[in-house]
Design a protein around this ligand. Structure first.
Ligand SMILES: O=C[C@H](O)[C@H](O)COP(=O)(O)O
Ligand SMILES: C=C(OP(=O)(O)O)C(=O)O
Length: 457
């Protein structure tokens, strides 16, 4: 790009409050980019690139999330802990989509509510870390912060943050979105394919068999509808959104676009972006940035969240109390959720908030197995979801859904589930780049058990 073009782009960014105001606030968990000029060159290019998602799609999702907040729909959000460039493959993407579609069918069938499907996909390339440094056998190197920042390989060279990775992140996200859009509108997500999503899976697991029965039932219902003259071709496509943690503010700012008609700014890297537990400080750059974009947004709430923090987040991020604007994703841990959640929900209600409440049962329940693998126990994950649903049941509020780390692959990262993965199985297929994910079977197990909880309400 020519220097003159860069200069004019900088001017327009400077005029754009959403893209620039966050720079005056402390930003946690940002990479130590070694060469600011190289970073600038990449972000200037991204600022001229086409948006990955459109404002109208984000508005549509805000309406869908408003339905979740009102108790008229359920959110299902899932995907890798950390997407990697290497695994931007057709099989991996289709596997995650297929898992989410199956889970959505299970939930929707049990609740008779629409399920809002959001992939933790097409942008989940940056990770906040507990420690800036990773140590192995006496060697200390900068921690891996996601493929958007540095390499997973434990070498000095790989761990240097490289801003050119932001461009690769954009390209990998575009590739993923392209396939997701093709699959969700081109026949793969057709509800009449409800059996096909289970292929290669049914024989292998109880959840698969249970799903097959459900698929039979849905098939019969579709036949009946057809016999009644209903055109089931309307079920050929499905609505699907994507989201990721809006962690790297240089990237998000470069992809911020203003909608000419409304003058509103949108983060166009994904539909639903969230602020993580480690970056949600009220006077921090992330809250500032997200207060200025019009997307539906979410905030993670960990075990130490106070009711006052909830109110302050509401005032900063959803001052108009607009249903669908804000989602609180609670990741308190199975031990804390029953104590903590009621106080948070009651306080938010007293403030007139119309937020969606969603459970992330993964991040508060991470342990280390004797083998040294980070893992999560399926039963503990389930217990947090159960606690979340129970609390809402007692308060008479709506358990809005779940946000989970999962994959369509048959990995062995979380322990337990119907086809129990044992601790000693963990090394067999431990493939995550960061935190352990539910595999296909465990994801479907969770969907069936959550469906029972909804049905029992
Ligand atoms: O996915 C969430 C975080 O990035 C992850 O849990 C951090 O892991 P760490 O505690 O190993 O840094
Ligand atoms: C980092 C994450 O979660 P949390 O902010 O809740 O720790 C995540 O969802 O990837």
């Amino acid at each position: 790009m020519k220097d003159s073009t860069r200069a004019s782009k900088r001017e327009s960014e400077a005029e754009h409050p959403a893209a620039a105001s966050w720079r005056a606030f402390p930003a946690r968990q940002q990479p130590d980019w070694p060469d600011p000029r190289a970073l600038r060159a990449v972000t200037d290019d991204l600022a001229a690139a086409p948006p990955l998602v459109f404002a109208a799609e984000c508005d549509q999702l805000r309406r869908r999330m408003a339905a979740v907040a009102r108790g008229e729909a359920i959110l299902l959000q899932g995907g890798d802990c950390a997407e990697t460039f290497e695994r931007t493959t057709t099989d991996a993407i289709r596997g995650k989509l297929q898992t989410l579609l199956q889970m959505a069918v299970v939930l929707s069938h049990a609740t008779a509510l629409p399920v809002v499907k959001v992939g933790r996909m097409a942008g989940q390339y940056a990770k906040p870390r507990s420690s800036a440094v990773e140590e192995r056998a006496g060697v200390a190197l900068p921690s891996y912060r996601g493929d958007a920042v540095n390499g997973l390989e434990f070498t000095e060279a790989a761990r240097v943050p490289d801003p050119r990775r932001l461009r690769t992140m954009y390209e990998a996200s575009a590739r993923t979105l392209n396939l997701v859009r093709a699959l969700t509108t081109g026949g793969f997500a057709d509800l009449r394919q409800v059996h096909a999503w289970n292929e290669g899976f049914v024989a292998a697991s109880g959840a698969g068999e249970r799903y097959e029965q459900l698929a039979d039932e849905i098939g019969r219902t579709l036949d009946f509808m057809r016999a009644c003259g209903v055109d089931t071709r309307e079920l050929a496509t499905t609505e699907f959104f994507v989201g990721h943690e809006g962690l790297l503010l240089d990237y998000e700012a470069a992809l911020t676009r203003t909608e000419p008609d409304s003058g509103r700014a949108y983060a166009t890297s994904g539909h639903l972006l969230w602020i993580g537990e480690r970056t949600r400080d009220l006077d921090g750059a992330h809250v500032e940035y997200f207060s200025r974009v019009a997307n539906p947004i979410a905030v993670k709430l960990g075990p130490t969240t106070s009711p006052d923090t909830v109110v302050s987040l509401l005032d900063r991020l959803d001052p108009d109390r607009e249903p669908g604007r804000l989602t609180f994703v609670v990741r308190a841990g199975a031990e804390r959720v029953r104590d903590l959640l009621p106080t948070l929900v009651e306080k938010a209600n007293a403030e007139g908030a119309q937020v969606a409440w969603v459970s992330d049962p993964m991040h508060g329940n991470t342990t280390t197995a004797p083998s040294g693998h980070k893992t999560r126990r399926f039963d503990t994950v389930l217990d947090e979801v159960r606690g979340f649903v129970e609390v809402h049941q007692e308060l008479g509020t709506h358990p809005g859904g779940i946000h989970v780390e999962l994959t369509g692959d048959d990995v062995t990262e979380c322990v337990g589930g119907g086809n129990a993965v044992l601790e000693e199985d963990l090394p067999h297929r431990y493939e995550t780049a960061c935190d352990p994910r539910l595999n296909h079977t465990q994801s479907l197990d969770l969907a069936f058990l959550l469906a029972e909880m909804y049905r029992g309400r």
